[in-house]
Structures are given as C-alpha cells and as structure tokens.
Write a protein that binds this ligand. Structure first.
Ligand SMILES: [Zn+2]
Length: 82
C-alpha cells in the first residue's frame, strides 16, 4: 500500500490493527460495512502509542498523504482508505 511509508514518516511507529479482509471475515465484524475498503485491499486501520485517534487524524490531514476515508474511533484506532 502506497500510504505506509508516508504514514511512518508523518507519525512514526504505528500498529496496523486491520488490513485486508475477505468479505466473509468483514461480515463478522460489528462495525464493518458491506462495501468496506478492507475487502478491496484499500482500507487500513492503524493505532499509535503516541497519538490518540483524533490526533492521528490531525497529523494525517496536515500531511500530504492521499486518502478517500479517514475515520477516528473512540478505541484509539483510525480507519484510512485510499
Ligand atoms: Zn477500517
């Protein structure tokens, strides 16, 4: 995925909490939507030990990382899709 290196440059170390999902696995997740970008390999969930989800969104928005979806969650992870 072309955003991984730019993400690391922008926010430092981070964890990928979810990446590609099959439609079957995606359907088992309570917060997922049927047309999730995870199914097409264009969605990624990340978390950081240094930023909460809202701070991550701010850093990503102020970077030049291209995205089509950028969603913070209360549990600390951010969904980003290209
Ligand atoms: Zn996601």
């Amino acid at each position: 995925m072309t955003v991984l290196e730019p993400l690391r440059d922008a926010i430092g170390e981070f964890r990928i909490t979810s990446g590609f999902r099959t439609a079957e696995v995606n359907a088992l997740l309570p917060q997922s939507v049927p047309n999730s970008k995870h199914i097409s390999g264009r969605g990624l969930d990340i978390a950081s030990d240094h930023y909460d989800a809202y701070q991550l969104v701010g850093v990503i928005k102020s970077s030049r990382i291209p995205y089509t979806e950028l969603i913070p969650y209360a549990d600390g992870h951010v969904h980003i899709a290209i």
